[in-house]
Design a protein around this ligand. Structure first.
Ligand SMILES: *Cc1c(COP(=O)(O)O)cnc(C)c1O
Length: 428
């Protein structure tokens, strides 16, 4: 049985699913294993990440898992009674500041993922605006159309207005259009490096200049590339600057559970200095139990992913991250060359690791459908229709398998053997 034989639409509420008497350990484990077998073979979580098929990289995943498991039962909320963990957490923060070109003034908070990092940074921006722009009662954030869905979610939760501004012809933030969109209610400007849909860097330096000119909070969303681009730059690739080297950047979100290679969920939100970090403040006093300190939005939070980040960062070191970054960029180039040699498909020129390709006359969803049918995972972009892939630092054999799969998919869609129906059923 493959994952496409199981449809969530088949599951119905019966009111009698919870066993009266619990199952045995063995039986439960066997059922769990059966479920695990159904999952897509090549699905490695959120991204196509976490596949370490090269022998020299195999231990990265192992050490991440080992550290996570050892801290599985620990609640990071109580880090005051976990001094070992507290030390690791602090070291992860210092290493994060180091990697993202911060300094001793940089302040870092650990979060459960890019979404929470973005919530925290936007919360800080709003608190900052309460003090620095007290006349604003209906705050707005100005962002390029391509920023992550998390910004829309946070704005919905808080009633803040998100102005998604149409992109330039190059699919990057249109600085002029964003400046025109700034109003007396604007509190913050956002840009991504890279953005999720197109793998392109927004001109953060220009946006940050705009923010400074209009006295606004500037957030740089480096969730995807934050723990990859610094190494890629060191390898000699030219990338637009996006971190604290850019004057005017107030906060950065960067996910350790993407190219930082920790387990999930784990991310970081960074603030330029204590002056800005104080607006992150999530402590609460007005309840019966005194000061309730939280790292971010979560209360109880898992220690495992942070221990795993610490272990991976120590295991890899600069050399290890550089080697993974080098391989990731090699893999990206092999994919691009391979995909461009498949008729109908054409890759865009992206800035970092992300690959997006057009499907020519072929229906993008049918192509995606073929990819899923073969047990692989890629993601859709609708405006315009593109297939998006985030590559792992895998071996050449795996790259060849993916390219072969894409070729078969193209032929199947071309001949009409593959349609989008499979995908529609999967999503139903
Ligand atoms: C992944 C991502 C996010 C959200 O991160 P999660 O960890 O999925 O919550 C935000 N922005 C960008 C650019 C991302 O790639």
């Amino acid at each position: 049985m493959g994952y496409f034989d199981v449809k969530t639409t088949d599951f119905e509420y019966t009111g009698s699913l919870l066993p009266k008497k619990g199952k045995s350990y063995e039986e439960t484990l066997a059922e769990l294993e059966a479920m695990e077998k159904i999952e897509a073979d090549e699905l490695h979580g959120h991204l196509m990440l976490y596949k370490f098929s090269l022998p020299q990289h195999e231990e990265v995943g192992k050490i991440a898992k080992e550290a996570h498991l050892r801290y599985l039962k620990k609640n990071a909320l109580f880090d005051t009674v976990l001094p070992g963990f507290a030390k690791m957490e602090k070291e992860v923060k210092f290493m994060a500041a180091e990697i993202l070109n911060g300094d001793k003034d940089t302040r870092v908070n650990m979060t459960s993922g890019g979404t929470e990092s973005i919530y925290c940074a936007m919360h800080a921006a709003r608190e900052w605006a309460r003090v620095n722009k007290p006349d604003i009662s209906e705050p707005e954030i100005v962002a390029p159309y391509s920023v992550h869905a998390a910004f829309s979610k946070w704005c919905r939760f808080t009633g803040i207005k998100l102005k998604r501004i149409p992109l330039g012809a190059d699919y990057r933030a249109d600085v002029g259009a964003m400046e025109n969109a700034i109003s007396k209610n604007t509190i913050a400007i956002v840009g991504s490096s890279p953005c999720w849909p197109y793998g392109l860097f927004d001109p953060i330096a220009d946006l940050a200049e705009l923010a400074q000119k209009h006295n606004l909070w500037m957030h740089s969303d480096c969730c995807l590339g934050g723990y990859l681009s610094p190494w890629v730059e060191k390898l000699g690739y030219k990338l637009p600057p996006c971190d604290f080297r850019v004057p005017g950047v107030c906060s950065i979100s960067a996910d350790l559970h993407k190219y930082g290679y920790s387990t999930k969920p784990c991310s970081t939100v960074l603030y330029k200095n204590e002056e800005l970090h104080k607006y992150h403040q999530c402590d609460v006093e007005d309840w019966p139990c005194g000061t309730y300190h939280s790292e971010g939005i979560l209360g109880s939070r898992p220690a495992g992913p942070i221990a795993s980040a610490w272990a991976v960062m120590n295991y890899l070191g600069e050399e290890g991250y550089l080697s993974l970054a080098k391989r990731t960029m090699e893999v990206r180039q092999r994919y691009i060359d391979g995909i461009n040699s498949i008729e109908d498909f054409k890759c865009w020129e992206t800035d970092l690791s992300v690959i997006v390709f057009e499907t020519g006359e072929l229906d993008m969803l049918s192509v995606l459908s073929g990819i899923f049918q073969k047990g692989f995972v890629a993601l859709p972009v609708f405006e315009p229709p593109l297939v998006q892939i985030c590559p792992d630092p895998v071996d050449d054999d795996f790259v060849d398998r993916v390219l072969e799969m894409l070729k078969e998919t193209r032929n199947g869609v071309r001949s009409g053997a593959i349609t989008a129906d499979f995908l529609f059923e999967l999503m139903a």
